[in-house]
Write a protein that binds this ligand. Structure first.
Ligand SMILES: Cc1cc2nc3c(=O)[nH]c(=O)nc-3n(C[C@H](O)[C@H](O)[C@H](O)COP(=O)(O)O)c2cc1C
Length: 366
């Protein structure tokens, strides 16, 4: 099967197969952002089969913390815990990639300094009860870029094999690329090219840190969401222009965040071509594209691998931690969460309650 074949990323890091664990926030870290013991168990349980585990998003500074129980990479004192996390993934036999991020205007006020979320501009997200963020100053923008670089340095020190820069799912990097949240008139906003400047500066700084600090090949991936529903909002046309530029940044992969792997445009009903195919065509041979989205069975994944070289699995690895191992052994693979899971699923509290409390977030056995 294609999914079991190894794959070498542009940096030279070799993945033993084409499957990665998608980044999933687990609400399991300690209040100070340090890694907890139950978090180590949760990751170890899901490591070993997949080529690499991409961790939950880790905030690069205090202002970027978006969830309770979120893992932090914003201080050197967190490095020892991060080292344990990388080691617990490595011990099972998978590569470890730390997702680095800033939540921007999506951060709940009580988690950030002065109860004041920040963003590109002072525009609230379109959801009930959302607060209006404060627009970052030029100086704060420069500092945030440095913070992403420092996060990459800490990931290297902690022994990770790479970082994934989280430019997707409505968080700060996407907020700069979005014409909804970015109304700036300076070098960081305005036309679509200027709206790329913040994510590009983050990528450049991260890569510089890697060059300076890594003594072996180190993965730098970038995750993005191709469209937004809002008006104005990111369109496929914007994203394809962004892909043209991203493919020249020496990245190891582009991870396209979609809820359905094969979905077509959510803004344009007349466009029926899957978004992922449009992106793969535009990226050409320059950067590998990673797909994701409601893939559960080996057949679905094999079919997806006809389009992209790499696939990440999120919810399916919550449901079936031994997904890869069971393919190899020929055992039947669970694709729905048991109502009362046994110990083997190992989703510690409060993660279990959080994910089960959102209706239909995870498919559950009848
Ligand atoms: C519990 C949970 C937490 C998530 N947290 C993150 C996150 O921290 N970073 C991120 O980029 N995506 C996050 N996602 C999105 C997943 O990476 C993935 O894109 C999404 O679940 C679709 O893939 P799937 O259908 O295989 O689950 C999360 C998804 C779930 C279910």
């Amino acid at each position: 099967m294609q999914l079991s074949q190894s794959y070498t990323l542009p940096s030279g890091v070799e993945l033993k197969n084409r499957i990665l664990m998608a980044p999933m926030t687990n609400f399991l870290s300690n209040d100070d952002g340090s890694v907890s013991l139950k978090e180590l168990d949760y990751y170890a349980r899901r490591s070993g089969g997949v080529g690499a585990v991409i961790t939950a998003c880790a905030n690069v500074n205090a202002q970027g913390k978006g969830f309770e129980g979120e893992i932090g990479v914003d201080r050197d004192e967190l490095i020892p815990g991060l080292r344990k996390l990388a080691a617990s993934i490595h011990e099972q036999g998978s590569k470890a990639i730390l997702q680095i991020y800033h939540g921007g205007r999506m951060c709940p006020p009580h988690l950030v300094p002065h109860n004041e979320p920040v963003s590109a501009s002072a525009i609230a997200p379109e959801r009930e009860g959302a607060v209006t963020p404060r627009a970052l100053t030029e100086e704060e923008i420069e500092q945030t870029i440095i913070d992403f670089g420092e996060a990459a340095r800490r990931a290297i020190k902690a022994g990770f094999d790479g970082v994934e820069i989280h430019g997707a799912n409505t968080y700060l990097l996407q907020q700069f690329f979005s014409p909804h949240s970015n109304r700036r008139k300076d070098q960081w906003g305005g036309n679509v090219r200027n709206r790329m400047n913040f994510p590009l500066a983050v990528i450049e700084t991260v890569i510089k840190k890697v060059t300076a600090h890594a003594d072996k090949p180190f993965v730098v991936g970038y995750r993005l969401s191709p469209e937004e529903r809002e008006n104005p909002g990111i369109t496929m046309e914007d994203t394809l222009q962004f892909i043209d530029v991203l493919t020249d940044q020496n990245l190891d992969y582009l991870h396209i965040s979609l809820s359905q792997f094969h979905q077509s445009s959510m803004r344009d009903d007349h466009s029926t071509r899957p978004v992922i195919n449009q992106i793969v065509e535009r990226a050409g041979q320059k950067v590998p594209v990673m797909g994701v989205g409601s893939l559960y069975t080996p057949n679905e994944v094999e079919e997806a691998l006809e389009t992209v070289p790499l696939v990440s699995l999120g919810r399916e690895l919550l449901i079936e931690p031994d997904w890869m191992q069971k393919i190899q052994s020929g055992d039947s693979i669970r694709t729905k969460m048991p109502k009362a899971p046994g110990e083997d699923i190992l989703i510690p509290e409060p993660m279990w309650t959080k994910i089960m409390s959102v209706p239909n977030w995870i498919p559950v056995e009848k």
